[in-house]
Write a protein of this length. Structure first.
Length: 259
């Protein structure tokens, strides 16, 4: 981690000192900082790859049972050319209800299918989506229909990418938006977004080399968001806006740790 990122960490507060973990909160109330430690591991059983992990609060407490935020497991395998995986996540130590995600992908057909559901007293599907890829005349096109069964809402996302320019269109029955993303040079990318409500936002990504970057997104009358990636560290800063006035500051910092 570079000295500059350590400087930012010191500004945020000392709640996560000596803990290589995710920290979030805001400047106005450092007591709101909640350090979180994430851990995961992998193994295999025959043709099935297994991943599992836990995300737990790192705050001092005598109630150890309150520390786990979520516990998850994932199994992946290949069936007749399809890569299939199923992931279940439990919130805290409540094992009566699980969030389930099932994915299937086929490289030859260039298609991915995703299903999200909940499992407990029964099995209830929440959302279904698919992504179909098409290569045409040097361009990459993807079509991503999505359907929310709970709300009965649907939309489609269409992406077009060619020669450093990407256009993403998201359309539902009630709202539409389009994002134009252009790689200006090796270090800079800009991406304005327009939606059918007349709202506009602008994102600017600046590459710092070695896969490090700073991305600034300005949404007038809403917020300025900054994401700073520096090696294993990621800092996110949210500045809510009221007109041209900044009304607060929300900061989160996380670091990936390998054991």
């Amino acid at each position: 981690m570079k000295l500059s990122a350590f400087t930012l960490l010191a500004v945020v507060g000392s709640a996560a000192a000596n803990k290589p973990s995710l920290t979030d909160g805001n400047f106005s109330d450092l007591g709101g900082l909640d350090p979180t430690l994430s851990w995961s591991a992998t193994t295999s059983s025959g043709d099935v790859d297994i991943e599992y992990g836990i995300e737990a609060s790192a705050r001092p407490t005598s109630d150890i049972a309150s520390l786990p935020k979520n516990i998850w497991g994932k199994a992946s395998t290949n069936l007749n050319g399809w890569g299939v995986s199923a992931r279940a996540q439990f919130e805290g130590t409540d094992f009566t209800q699980a969030a389930v995600e099932i994915e299937a992908s086929n490289d030859e057909l260039d298609i991915d299918i995703n299903l999200e559901a909940s499992a407990g007293d029964g099995f209830a599907v929440k959302t279904v989506s698919a992504v179909k890829g098409i290569d045409s005349d040097g361009a990459r096109i993807t079509v991503n229909p999505r359907y929310n069964i709970e709300t009965e809402e649907s939309d489609v996302v269409i992406n077009y990418n060619k020669d450093g320019t990407e256009i993403a269109i998201t359309a539902s029955q009630d709202a539409q938006s389009v994002t134009f993303s252009r790689q200006l040079d090796d270090e800079n990318r800009v991406a304005p977004t327009l939606n059918s409500n007349g709202d506009v936002s602008l994102a600017w990504e600046r590459s710092l080399g070695d896969d490090n970057s700073i991305t600034t997104t300005v949404t007038p009358d809403e917020a300025i968001d900054l994401e700073w990636k520096d090696a294993d560290w990621t800092a996110s800063i949210n500045l809510p806006l009221d007109g041209t006035d900044i009304t607060g500051t929300n900061v989160s910092i996380k670091r990936e740790v390998s054991f």
